[in-house]
Design a protein around this ligand. Sequence first.
Ligand SMILES: Nc1ncnc2c1ncn2[C@@H]1O[C@H](COP(=O)(O)OP(=O)(O)O)[C@@H](O)[C@H]1O
Ligand code: SF4
Ligand SMILES: [Mg+2]
Length: 350
Amino acid sequence: MLERQSPVKKEVGDVLLELRDLKKYFPIEKGFLRTVTGHVKAVDGVSFTIHEGETFGLVGESGSGKTTLGRCIVRAISPTSGEIYFRLPDGEEVDIATLPKRELRQVRKHFHMIFQDPYSSLDPRMSVLDIIAEPIRNNKLLSANRDIQDRVRELMSVVGLDIQHLNRYPHAFSGGQRQRIGIARSLAPNPRLIVCDEAVSALDVSIQAQILNLLEDLQAEFNLTFLFIAHDLSVVEHISDRVGVMYVGKLVELADTDSLFADPKHPYTEALLSAVPTTDPEIKMDRIILPGEVANPADPPSGCYFHPRCRYAQDICKTETPKWSEVKPDHFAACHFANELELRGVEDAP
Ligand SMILES: Nc1ncnc2c1ncn2[C@@H]1O[C@H](COP(=O)(O)OP(=O)(O)O)[C@@H](O)[C@H]1O
Ligand code: SF4
Ligand SMILES: [Mg+2]
């Protein structure tokens, strides 16, 4: 178990990334003629900002739309609608959502996404040198082979890899080391924003802690901004300044990490928090078992999407969509009863 500690309050800068009403709908096609019979609303109107140097944690059960959101931000896929403002180093703002291919190529080096399974995202036929050098070559950042090798060595030592292993292949490394290779590769073009999608979820807890520490060190050293995606709240707590909770394509809560953990305002967050292991063995948490599955984003329930699973649901929840509102300063939630409910946070939260 990761030791729970309150995230260090850091100085954060100006807004680096701003999502406005972002949507990604996947068409559902049927039959030979591929008639569109509906849409999977994987991301359905998400808005938030991330400041320079900040770590924004994004959580929610599998299927809530986190990966789709991350892929839209790095424009691995094009969003259906909405805006993704990103500030370039020279201060210019671009909308990644609609940027034409040519200009996209110019700005791609500023953001990068790392994935859960470093093995499947690292080409097994490429040496570590070539894997880390690829973004340098693709972005034409250096041309002389010697300069590229020097830069790769530098990156390897930055992430704690042995530079002697330059010519080895991914299979020769452990899961944690492979994730380090993925991180070195992502750092190669000096990005400003890194989207970490379940980057430590597949690793043993002790290795998880090492990678999280590494990411924090790199953030301080290179002034990186992270969107840190995980289904596990305990991982996010350790590293995030603020946390957003997603359910069926929408944000349901957003707050400072401390505030969200100690005083959740949405019943879904309360249930997720009840599964977070406590560091104090004396404290026994009553885990809230959510009935049923995450709602189907192609056919979500009426009213509050969470109502079929919510222990506090009233009649209004079945018919009316709850409004997104600021329940207390900088703490937002979308629940009809956010002001009234006495929800349980993590007992030993700061
Ligand atoms: N390429 C795709 N085509 C159709 N549906 C998709 C595609 N990618 C994701 N989805 C659907 O979008 C929803 C959200 O998925 P995802 O973003 O992977 O969620 P998470 O990362 O939170 O588990 C799921 O219902 C998933 O099946
Ligand atoms: S609006 Fe109703 S169903 Fe939705 S989370 Fe709040 S109490 Fe539960
Ligand atoms: Mg995912």
